[in-house]
Design a protein around this ligand. Sequence first.
Ligand code: GAP
Length: 441
Amino acid sequence: MANEQLMGKIVSLAKRRGFVYQGSEIYGGLAGTWDYGPFGHELRSNIERLWWKRFVSDRDDMYGISSSIIMPEPVWQASGHLQGFTDPMTECEKCKRRFRVDLLEDRVTCPECGGKLGTEKTFNLLFPIEMGSAVGGTVTAYLRGEVAQGMFVNFKNIIDSFHPKLPFGIAQIGKAFRNEINPRDFLFRVREFDLMEFEYFIRENEWETQFEYWRGEMWKWIDEIGLSRDHVHELEVSAEDRAHYSKRTIDFEYDFPFGRKELYGLAYRTDYDLKKHTEASGVDLTYRDESTGETFIPHVIEPTFGAGRTVFAVLYEHYREDELGGEKRAYLALPPVLAPVKVAVFPLLKNKPELVKKAREVYQAVRKEIPQTAWDDNGNIGKRYRRQDEIGTPACVTIDFDTLEDDAVTVRDRDTGAQERISIGELTAYLKRTIVNEALL
Ligand code: GAP
């Protein structure tokens, strides 16, 4: 199947099944914004929870925070984003549409209307906002263009409250905003997105070892979310393409349907940010080694993970089509830990009160131990299987007339369609052991 065709199928499945909708769709949509529906929200939350567990709560050297989205102008002045966070832009003299120059094949003619493109300008991606209500008394602040600055401005707070020893990290998951000139490719290039990121503070002389360590940890994460290593490629970013703060960057690129593009990044930010904030704020952001008395500004390794791009890559990676029982079907072979619904429970027929009653009992018992368990009684059983397959539910449990006699249910496996009869007394343990496995967070 051609990649564009597959992309169309994934975008359509995402909408049809309640994963992702165009932002403000009933008003014609707002470019570069997407809304997550119930299953998209669960999928993204599962990704974020798994990330948080792996990189923050399972470790002793990470401090998780949640900082403000709105940050004042001096932060962005000091960080260099007011000057350097730009893309090259050109505007069509005829239709006035704007384009990112580096993404154009022809830099002379407008790809939309054939008009003449104007001269190249730099376009800053930060979203300014006017804060305060007094006329003439507002101040300019910015929606954060990266979550990293939230970690840098809280460096001293973490030091003062927790007295951590180097190396240690400050992590957060949260929104970032970029006024992208040409948002496109579904969740890939948007104007509002979620980032999972940490700044790992180190001594300068250990930067290469730490860089290698985090490079390996990023690959383990890629394995955990089920992306094939064959579809992810490291790119050593050249000095001219690196962000202004970085001395070394590796991009982890993924084979998206529209080509190989950045999924994650790993950067050595040196002591650039803490130094700049020390100079600009006048607040001392040095670290003091309690045992030697030595003071210095730590250096930083920064692994960064776009949550939206992860959702996209995960949907694309796990989308499958096959034939089951003589019928064509599409399904998401999601790792159970990511599946928005782990188990779906249904009565064979919804107009038989004795089946519904029994099925409700089973449903309540299972969901007590497996939280992302769903009830489904819409349409006939074939339709329910198709729907659950399309959202990637690993197991479906059906309560039928035999259940009323033998207290056993049918458990169907998403990937193979294989069905097994399991007694209700053993059901939850069976599901946890065989299908849902380690999938509970
Ligand atoms: N603090 C470093 C930083 O923000 P970045 O490479 O500019 O680095 C980090 O962005 C990650 O954010 C990228 O690796 C990508 O996953 C994601 N990302 C960047 N721009 C995006 C956009 N316009 N839409 C969706 N995700 C984006």
